[in-house]
Design a protein around this ligand. Structure first.
Ligand code: 3HC
Length: 311
């Protein structure tokens, strides 16, 4: 019997099961998944730039090897996510064009400059830590290819976070200058890391629908709170503080109270007016244009291969 397609879709979501690429899905579901997965993929690729700045200046071969592995992982995360987006009928070339033309976004966090080497550790600890908070629930997202991509990504992110935290613990055991460098870095990255989770729930146009469809499993504020609660004991163990005078344990809530991020700064960055927005896109455009010959050669070679096997 042909149960209407919408009913089958709704029953699958209600049963907390997976929607797969060949299943019928409402246009809005497809559209919001393409939007979120594409922007997630763009974030991974753009995220290679701030850390890439320190590849040639890492203080030891070990630190350089670790950072190289991490930056390579981010490229791979981008590939998994573009592949997941392509199962929804879009083409990664077109998504890259949209990114370069500013018609699709990437995470606000990558519009801040990496000014000192301690930033490499702080990004691992806080930025990848925030990403883990956000991405672990996405392993249970209702769209199969996205959820499965997240499982591999989360395993690699936990390496990213540990290497960052280990780097900072090493510096904290060093000189006063190194300890000061770590604290100054944490002061710069704490608030942008909280903004990674998106605007407050009451200013989030996509959250309600994404929660109803099981695309998101928690709201922006819920994940932000989870990240704050997780990070404070880690900061205490490290011996650093966060630049928020309102941070205080709330025994009633069983969570930490914290101050309000600067949402006007966030909106300016999301609109493309951050400290490094233009440089990030210019770099991405240049990489895409400089790599055109590689794509042409690979396509020509594949066509030749296909021709030979046919003849
Ligand atoms: N940076 C840029 N834009 C953001 C943003 C951020 N931190 N947070 C929200 N926005 C945008 C949204 O994209 C949306 O605009 P759009 O409708 O044009 O796409 C608008 O602001 C309103 O936000 P909503 O809360 O309504 O949007 P979402 O429901 O999509 O929630 C999100 C935003 C929590 C980022 C969600 O999209 C999400 O969970 N995405 C997957 C995770 C992700 O993208 N992470 C990137 C972090 S970097 C990373 O993971 C790399 C790692 O190696 C560090």
């Amino acid at each position: 019997h042909d149960v209407p397609l919408q009913e089958t879709f709704d029953a699958t979501i209600a049963a907390e099961q997976r929607i797969e690429p060949r299943d019928w899905m409402p246009d809005g579901y497809r559209k919001t998944l393409i939007r979120q997965i594409a922007q997630h993929a763009h974030s991974e690729i753009i995220g290679m730039q701030p850390e890439g700045n320190w590849l040639t200046r890492a203080p030891s071969l070990r630190r350089k090897a670790i950072l190289t592995a991490k930056v390579q992982d981010e490229a791979g995360h981008g590939m998994y996510l573009y592949s997941a987006a392509e199962t929804l009928g879009v083409d990664r070339e077109d998504l890259t064009t949209k990114l370069i033309e500013g018609r699709q976004k990437y995470s606000s966090i990558f519009n801040y400059p990496t000014l000192t080497y301690a930033d490499v550790g702080t990004i691992g600890w806080l930025v990848d830590g925030a990403a883990i908070c956000n991405q672990v629930p996405l392993c249970r997202s209702s769209f199969g290819p996205y959820a499965r991509a997240m499982i591999r990504v989360c395993k690699e992110e936990s390496f990213h976070q540990r290497q960052g935290y280990e780097l900072l613990t090493t510096m904290m055991r060093g000189t006063d200058e190194q300890r000061a460098m770590v604290q100054e870095s944490v002061n710069r990255w704490w608030w942008p890391a909280l903004m990674m989770f998106g605007p407050p729930d009451d200013q989030s146009p996509n959250t309600a629908q994404s929660m109803a469809w099981g695309v998101k499993r928690h709201t922006n504020d819920e994940l932000r709170q989870r990240f704050v609660d997780m990070s404070i004991p880690q900061a205490q163990a490290l011996g650093v503080t966060f630049p928020d005078p309102d941070l205080a344990w709330n025994a009633e809530r069983g969570s930490y109270d914290f101050g309000e991020p600067d949402w006007s700064e966030f909106m300016a960055i999301v609109k493309g007016n951050g400290p490094t927005n233009l440089a990030r896109i210019a770099r991405r455009r240049a990489a895409h244009e400089d790599g055109a010959w590689v794509r042409e050669a690979a396509t020509a070679f594949a066509a030749k291969q296909a021709g030979q096997t046919r003849s």
